[in-house]
Write a new protein. Structure first.
Length: 307
């Protein structure tokens, strides 16, 4: 069943993708500096939650779906400085102990943030949103525990957190443990084939899933009733809104800029948002430069959640 709470529905929310991805800027994506940039210039940010061998949650983009031909590529080393790449070697995050994770440095020289750090940043700013994308095997249990503790301590309000993932079965755990929190199911475009999440356990049902009528009708997803359906921005159109409305009428749409595809045109996305905003079914966008995009959206007359 859907949660009784949802993210702001008074207007479009502009979130930073992985905090902010500013090429040539001072902060690397998924860094504390990138998070602060999104909080200063927009409505919050999305970030990638991964769990290490000791069960601690760190925020970094460790794997990416590139193309149907290349499939899923492990990319953690792309975000680390040279000495950290040497320390990492050929290992994954789930193969590193916390003491080693604390030694890693992003390309801007900063440490990999822990989930608690992002929660403190967002929790101190009423009205801002933290979208936690749950990655990797068994990450959901660790994330839920940390978020639950923050909610119980009132460090974070339920309206300030969205838990989203490609691993749709994991959303049932979120619904059970955090019934007050909205959840988001992430999908690929229909032309992309389903692929196993990485790193992943062979017995898991989690996968990168294309958005189709069949995948929206899946009994497990119907039972969860996600509040938000998250799609690549190229899918932001009437047909997608109609498809989601038919099969998950309570859900609203959020899109993200698929950075790896390098085909994003901000002007085109702004035109589509302006045309579709009257539907009331678009919750927000996740963009690489949230400050500039929000400024442009305001100039285009798009109704925003915050001025």
């Amino acid at each position: 069943m859907p949660s009784t709470l949802s993210i702001d529905n008074s207007g479009l929310q502009v979130l930073g993708h992985r905090g902010a991805i500013l090429h040539g800027g001072p902060h690397h994506e998924n860094s504390a500096g990138a998070f602060q940039e999104a909080l200063d210039g927009a409505d919050g940010f999305e970030t990638d939650a991964c769990v290490d061998a000791d069960g601690e949650v760190f925020l970094v983009h460790e794997a990416k779906y590139v193309t149907a031909e290349a499939g899923v590529v492990y990319c953690l080393s792309e975000h680390l400085d040279q000495s950290s790449q040497q320390l990492l070697g050929n290992r994954r995050i789930d193969q590193l102990r916390t003491a080693e994770m604390l030694q890693l440095r992003l390309r801007d020289g900063s440490a990999l943030p822990a989930l608690q750090e992002a929660i403190r940043l967002v929790g101190s700013l009423p009205g801002k949103l933290l979208d936690i994308e749950i990655k990797g095997y068994e990450t959901v249990l660790a994330v839920v525990q940390i978020v639950d503790a923050a909610l119980q301590a009132q460090v974070l309000q339920p309206s300030q957190v969205l838990l989203s993932t490609f691993n749709h079965p994991a959303l049932s755990v979120v619904r059970e443990r955090l019934p007050q929190s909205p959840v988001g199911a992430i999908f690929l475009t229909p032309d992309q084939p389903s692929a196993s999440l990485f790193p992943w356990h062979p017995g898991s049902a989690g996968s990168y899933t294309p958005l189709t009528a069949a995948t929206l009708r899946a009994p497990e997803l119907q039972a969860i009733g996600p509040d938000i359906i998250v799609v690549p921005e190229e899918m932001l159109c009437e047909a997608t809104l109609d498809l989601v409305s038919e099969h998950l009428p309570q859900a609203r749409l959020m899109c993200w800029v698929f950075t790896e595809r390098k085909n994003h045109e901000a002007a085109d996305l702004l035109r589509r948002l302006l045309r579709l905003q009257s539907s009331g079914r678009i919750a927000g966008v996740m963009v690489d430069n949230p400050r500039d995009f929000k400024r442009a959206a305001r100039a285009h007359g798009i109704h925003l959640a915050t001025p």
